[in-house]
Design a protein around this ligand. Structure first.
Ligand code: SAM
Length: 289
């Protein structure tokens, strides 16, 4: 038996094989599986010969079912929470259940696995060092534009869930608010018709306006603001600084390169100081210069 407590179990986002050995073991051993739709989770369990009882837990019955689940957990039961696909709580139910479990002193154990947001980000070709998961944007245009304006200054890639039906409208609004940034549309990840389409936001918007709504599920990843966001090679800051420092004072070189590269003057100045220090240290530069 799995020890008592709440287990957050990630399930596949398409390919049934994308489930961990640990997830299968826990789903097999817990007393109860709380899931969004017993028909969807039932198929997964059947495919792996798991006969654990299920109970529905979704946005329409959560307030009513949550106290029962908490009572079972406090009574020493092991309960797994799964969603229809991917990681529970990620644009799926579970947050309030986890909060309640923590408040009641019940152990919470996460079992990582598939998540469409991370799967799309890794294959997008866009910066993955910093990213912001925005979930679903509002359906209505005015609210969507407002949300995009809030997201515009975020200094990292944006990862957004969208319905295929609203994809063209959303991309059009993104091109309008976020400007000429590079983006990727990841469709049907891990499934037979998996597709990654990359390009400028305006190009992608034009493509889906023309082609119509694609089939299946999509994630949009958008490049961060600033140099390189349009997919062009970001200008090489060090090379530009070295060239400018040959003929200009530090101050003038910084002003020139900040203008050329579009990078903040503060960042260029800091790098110019680092470069000067490095060259002094390596003996390339005469300290008397
Ligand atoms: N909890 C899930 C996760 O971990 O990714 C997300 C659930 S959310 C209700 C469903 C949305 O996730 C879809 O509308 C789509 O944006 C995205 N999604 C899920 N599976 C996908 C797939 N195989 N390919 C592309 N996007 C997917």
């Amino acid at each position: 038996m799995a020890g008592p407590g709440l287990y957050l179990v990630a399930t596949p986002i398409g390919n049934l094989k994308d489930i961990t050995l640990r997830a299968l073991e826990v789903l097999h051993r817990v007393d109860l599986i709380a899931c969004e739709d017993t028909r969807v989770t039932g198929k997964l369990l059947k495919a792996h010969g798991i006969k654990t009882p299920m109970t529905p837990y979704h946005e329409h019955n959560a307030a009513r079912v949550r106290p029962r689940l908490i009572a079972a957990l406090k009574g020493g039961q092991a309960v797994a929470l799964v969603s229809d696909a991917g990681t529970p709580l990620i644009s799926d139910p579970g947050y309030k259940l986890v909060q309640a479990a923590i408040a009641e002193g019940v152990g919470v154990t996460p079992l990582p696995g598939a998540c469409a947001a991370l799967t799309a980000l890794t294959a997008s070709g866009l910066p993955s060092d910093r990213f912001f998961f925005a979930g679903f944007l509002p359906n209505k245009k005015t609210a969507r534009i407002k949300a995009l304006k809030e997201l515009a200054p975020v200094p990292g890639s944006l990862v957004i869930y969208e319905s295929a039906r609203r994809l063209a409208a959303s991309l059009t609004d993104m091109a309008e608010v976020l400007g000429p940034r590079h983006a990727a549309v990841a469709r049907e990840l891990t499934k037979l018709h998996e597709e990654l389409r990359r390009g400028a936001l305006a190009e992608l918007a034009a493509h889906y306006q023309e082609a119509g709504a694609p089939k299946g599920e999509v994630v949009i990843v958008v490049a961060p603001p600033g140099p390189g966001a349009d997919g062009a090679e970001a200008p090489d800051l060090d090379a530009a600084l070295r060239a400018a420092l040959e003929d200009h004072s530090l101050r003038d070189a910084v002003a020139l390169v900040a203008q050329e590269t579009g990078r903040p003057r503060k960042e260029v100045y800091a790098r110019a100081l680092e470069l000067s220090a490095l060259e002094l240290y390596s003996g390339k530069k005469d300290p008397g210069e």
